[in-house]
Each structure stands twice: as C-alpha cells, then as structure tokens.
Design a protein around this ligand. Structure first.
Ligand code: 7RM
Length: 650
C-alpha cells in the first residue's frame, strides 16, 4: 500500500487494488446507489451465490412495521451445511483445506479438508438424531475453540436443529441463564480446555447447571484434555464413542429460508441476556456476501479471525462466512500472549496467513509488548488486516498498519453487532483511501443514518444515534421467547428504524466514525458485558446489598469494569472482601468480567423512582470533579455524590 497521503489517508497500492472485488470509489458509489435504490433486487441477485433447493419465495422481502416482523426469501429452501460443505465437495474442493486447527500447544494441529469436514459433520448429525434431536430443537454448545465446535454447529444446521453456542469462558451462572432460556435437549461440551498453559474443567460447570434442573437429556463430551471427568450413566456420553457407532451418511434437510439457524446470546441493559435468533437464508447470505466484499478473499488464501466462536464475530467470520465461500479458515485455540507475546505472529508465519482479523484490544495488548516481538517473524504472507469489536484508536490503527502490516496491508475496520449478523459498515479496502479510526461507509445494500434525539439527521461532525434504516437479510428476526423486548430495544426509539445503541458521527466526506455505546453495556476487550449481569453476580454474594457496574477507561482493554458496592449491615468493606467479590464474579460470570475496581460506597445515587443514576457513577469513575457531574437535583440524596468523589478508587 502506498504510504499515507497528504490528508493522512492510506490509498490502496495498485497491487492490492488489482485483487479487490471493488477497485475504485467511483465503482463503489455506482454499485452502492444501485443497491439501495432497490435493496430487495440487490439481495435477490446476491442470493444466486447460494445453492437453493427451491427459490419459490413469493416476495424477496416483507416488513410488517407494526409487528416489527420481517422476512427474506420466505418460501425459498436451502440448507446451510450443504452450502458450507457439500457444494464445495461437488465443485472440486474435496481436498482443499476448510479448517486449519492450531491448538494452544504448537503440536496440536489438525487440518480438515472439505471432504473430511463433511464426513465428520454427517456422523455427528447422526449422533444428534440418535438422541432424538429433530428440526427446530435446540442444542446448546459449550466448547472451546476446537474443530468439534464447528462440526457441531454444521451438524445442527444439517438436520435443522438450532444451535446456541455459549462462550467457553463463561462461568456456570452465565451458562445456566443461557441454557434455561432456550430449553435444549442436548448440550455438547468437552472435558476441559487449555487456556494460557492451564487446564480448565468445563464438564464440571455443565454438571453444576444440570443439578439445578434444565431440559437437557443428553450431554456429549469431547475428550480434549484427558482430565478426570465424571460421566453420569444414561446421560453423559463421549463424542468419540458415539460417532463410531452411527451410520456415515446423513442427508441435509431442506429448510425454509426463514427457519431458525441459531440463537446467540448477547448482553443488554437488563439482567437477562438476549437470545438473538438468526435465520437460515438471510444470515447465510449476509455472511457470504460480507465475507467476499470486505476481505476480497481469493482462492488459496488463509483467513484467520482470532475471535472466539462464542461471539458473533466467530460465528460469521470463522464458520459461516469462510465456509459458505469455500475458503480456508485458521481456527486458533490459544491466546495472544502464551507461550510468548509473539504467539499470533508465530502462528501467522507458521501457516502463511494472508488475511488477519482481530480486535483492537488484542492489538493494544500486543503493541504494549513492543515491536520486537513482531519483528522476530516473517509476516510477508499478510495481504490485508481487519478489526472489529470496538472503535480502533487512530494511533493503534497506524501501528497495526505499519508494524503488523509492514506498511503494505490495508485495514478494514468493520462495524457490526450480534443483532446485525454480519458487518454493516466497513471500508472497501481496494477502493477507498483509508482513514485510521473510521469504519467509513455502509456496505452494499445497507443504509445507515445518524439522528439526534429529535430524530433530525445529524449534520456532518455532529454526533448522534446510529440507526440502520431497514433490516437487511442478515439481521436477527427476534429475541428468543421475547419479541416484545426485541421491539422495545431496537424498534421503538424511532419506529421503522433500527436503533443500534451506538453513538456515531459522520465527517464531511460522508464517512462514519463510531463513538461507543449509549447504554449500560460495558465493552471489556471488545466483549459485550451487561452491567446488569455483573451487578447480579455481585448482589448474589451474601455481603452485598447493592451494586452498580460502569465502564472505566483502560488503555489495553478499552473499557474495564468499575464496580460500586454497598455492603450489608454487619459487613465491612475490607481488602479480603474485595478479593472474595472479584473471585465471585469470575466464577459466576467468567474471568472476562473481573472488576478492575471495587469501590465500597455507603450508598448509590438514585432517582426518586429508585433508578440508579449510572450517568453520575460513570462520571465519578472517570474521575470527574463535582462541577463536571451535571444535575444532581433529581437524586433522593445528592450528598452521596460528594462522598463517592471523596472515596473514589484509582
Ligand atoms: C462484532 C461485535 C457490538 C458492539 C457494537 C459496538 C461495538 C463492534 C465495532 C464497534 C466501533 C467497530 N459484535 N463495535 N465493531 N465499535 N467500531 N468496528 O463486536 O455484538 O459483540 O458487539 O461492539 O459498540 O454495538 S457484538
């Protein structure tokens, strides 16, 4: 890529431009105008890239704005696992690598060709069937980043079961909440997982939730670590024993485009995580199209997204996007800093990674370790870089570009959410002069807009609420069990427009700059955590009366958790209690929710209706002075603010 131009932007090199699907801003503008003049026509044309049993949809897109129900390609029939596997096997890719698995331990390597992956998926689909799993049934998946995770997802898709993956680092309480909500028949887990040199027992957490009572009848356990594992007769079975006992072939079930593909939970403003429901046709089409357009993937390239599959980024960018396209995806089990702080670069060099996709938090961690860790490796195979999960700071962007990308690789800063299913705003790297820190423009077929509180379009430079104007195919259709909440959360602020929950502004060139969340979501290292979930964990400790969690600035994680805690009478806010609370949150929600600060407070600022004023708590956590806090007159006890400022924890 040519160096930075006089405007501080980064135009693509001619060499890169050549390989891109869209090669100039003019070409993009023309295609974009066309795509939004008639989005249904645009998406119907894209739908030709999938393999359908039938394209008998009456209408491409329907949208009932009163009920907030929408459909894409309803009546069309396809199968996601067929699209991700069989069709590539039939098209000469039987012996092309689909997944390159790199375990945490450097010699744990498995390569699955499309042919082998199909074989594994068919066998496991038969295992699920043998357990009585039918079309529409839910299957919970609580697995580390190992190929069995992808195999389970595709096996579900093959027989029409709905997978619900829970991030492996979530604790028992978080797992329980996600499992009871979607009432699965089966859970697929592993004995344990490897994390930064430690072996963690996963099955024990599953046992813990099963004791509380769930709908789960069968537990399939992958032997990953070989640790001592309690297996309950009649309920728990080993993966390797089951797959050896079933027939090899399993035909894919034709699904309606609107049949559910998966449920994925995400944290929101209220205590209960929301199960976003994604459907077969629309989601898969979105994954395919965005993967092709954003990454300019070319056959033979190795694509590596470091996100865990427990998050939407992993669903779309490690499983469905690459496999729908017939690409080769690296699947990595480890962490960026173990055994050395060059682990990512060692892996990228080892496998000759072409496209590397990670989160700003990882880049910040790696940058902090110093350039010499990167310089030890030959990263000349890299062609492009990408980022997702949080705003990427321009300085960090430039470091990523210069040190990781060798000044040669364009960076796509992709903005999206669990709800959107796939990227919505991202630069076309072969066409745009890139601006560090900006996600730039909505993708083809996507319309975004920024409105102020009065629902006027914000002028360039003004910040406001980011909306997506009409739901594209990849959007979640509802919240599992709670359509009312779906409507309230996303479609009520401005009926007919999807509220993203993010602040943004547009610059003079019409490029988008994302500014962070407007709600009570804390983004720790790019992982969305609900303040309410952390608070619920704190409050469940016997010493805690009340708790409020807010984000605080953290130069590595972007945001960290600052927790205010009022203790019950008879308890004292000691260092020992602090340690206990931190441990308690780690085991209930998971290590990613570890509070950075516990601030013992005599009380919390509340409105008369009893709502905790998080705005004020955020400001105190940020270190604001009294004058900067704003109006406190609506509080029942305004004096509490002075106390909190005086006792603020640094
Ligand atoms: C992909 C993912 C969604 C929230 C979203 C934003 C933030 C994601 C970017 C970003 C700035 C980006 N899904 N976010 N990507 N902020 N620039 N490129 O992370 O559902 O887990 O989180 O993440 O606040 O609302 S998510």
């Amino acid at each position: 890529m040519a160096p930075e131009n006089s405007k501080g932007q980064y135009p693509p090199s001619d060499e890169y431009r050549e390989t891109a699907f869209i090669k100039s801003a003019e070409e993009f503008n023309t295609l974009y105008e066309e795509s939004i003049r008639d989005p249904a026509a645009y998406w119907a044309e894209q739908a030709e890239n999938l393999d359908w049993y039938s394209k008998d949809w009456k209408e491409v897109f329907t949208w009932d704005k009163k009920e907030n129900r929408f459909t894409w390609f309803k009546g069309g029939k396809l199968n996601a696992s067929y699209n991700c596997l069989d069709r590539h096997v039939k098209n000469g890719k039987k012996n092309v690598a689909a997944i390159i698995f790199q375990g945490e331990n450097d010699d744990h390597v498995r390569v699955y060709t499309y042919g082998r992956l199909l074989y594994e998926v068919e066998r496991f689909a038969n295992v699920l069937k043998s357990m009585g799993v039918k079309k529409g049934d839910r299957v919970s998946v609580y697995l580390p980043m190992i190929p069995e995770l992808t195999i389970t997802m595709l096996a579900c898709a093959r027989i029409g079961a709905v997978h619900s993956v829970v991030f492996a680092a979530f604790g028992a309480e978080s797992l329980y909440n996600r499992v009871v909500d979607c009432t699965p028949k089966v859970i697929v887990t592993s004995d344990g997982n490897y994390h930064a040199g430690k072996t963690i027992n996963m099955k024990a957490k599953v046992d813990e939730i099963l004791e509380k009572g769930t709908t789960i009848e069968h537990v399939v356990v992958v032997r990953r670590t070989g640790i001592e594992t309690d297996m309950k007769e009649g309920r728990d079975v080993w993966w390797h024993e089951e797959v050896a006992a079933v027939p090899l072939n399993c035909d894919p079930v034709p699904m309606d485009a609107e049949d559910p593909l998966f449920i994925l939970y995400t944290s929101g403003t209220t205590g209960k995580p929301k199960g976003l429901l994604h459907t077969t046709g629309g989601y898969l089409l979105g994954a395919y199209t965005s993967f092709r357009n954003v990454f300019n993937y070319r056959p033979g390239q190795i694509f590596w997204c470091t996100a865990d599959i427990g998050w939407i980024t992993g669903h779309t960018s490690t499983v469905y996007g690459p496999l729908a396209l017939g690409a080769t995806a690296l699947m990595f089990e480890g962490v960026p800093t173990y055994p050395g702080r060059d682990r990512y670069w060692q892996v990228a060099e080892k496998w000759g990674v072409d496209i590397f996709y990670t989160a700003p938090t990882a880049i910040r961690t790696i940058r902090q370790s110093g350039d010499e860790w990167v310089k030890k490796h030959d990263l000349s195979s890299l062609k492009m870089l990408a980022s997702a999960g949080e705003p990427i700071d321009p300085d960090v962007w430039r470091w990523y570009h210069r040190v990781i990308g060798g000044g040669r690789c364009p960076i796509s800063d992709t903005w999206w959410q669990t709800e959107t299913g796939g990227p919505m705003i991202a630069p076309m790297t072969g066409a745009f002069d890139l601006k560090p820190g900006s996600a730039m423009k909505p993708l083809l077929g996507i319309q975004a807009a920024i409105y102020d509180e009065e629902k006027n379009i914000c002028a360039p430079g003004e910040s406001g609420n980011l909306y997506i104007e009409s739901p594209p195919p990849s959007f979640a259709r509802t919240i599992w069990n709670d359509h009312k909440k779906f409507v309230e959360t996303y479609w009520t602020a401005f009926p007919g427009h999807y509220l993203t929950g993010d602040n943004a502004r547009m610059d003079e060139d019409g490029d988008y700059w994302l500014l962070g969340r407007i709600d009570d979501v804390i983004s720790v290292a790019g992982h969305r955590l609900g303040a309410a979930e952390i608070e619920a964990a704190l409050i469940s400790h016997p010493a805690v009366a009340e708790a409020a969690a807010v984000p605080m600035f953290d130069d590595i994680k972007g945001e960290a958790i600052y927790a205010y805690v009022t203790v019950k009478d008879g308890f004292n806010g000691t260092e020992e209690l602090k340690r206990q609370l931190v441990d308690h949150v780690r085991t209930t929600v998971g290590p990613i929710a570890t509070p950075k600060v516990i601030h013992f407070a005599p009380g919390l600022p509340k409105t008369r209706s009893g709502k905790i004023m998080r705005r004020i708590l955020r400001k105190v956590a940020e270190g604001c002075r009294k004058e900067e806090i704003g109006d406190t007159t609506t509080l029942t006890d305004p004096g509490i603010v002075d106390t909190l400022i005086a006792t603020r924890m640094l």
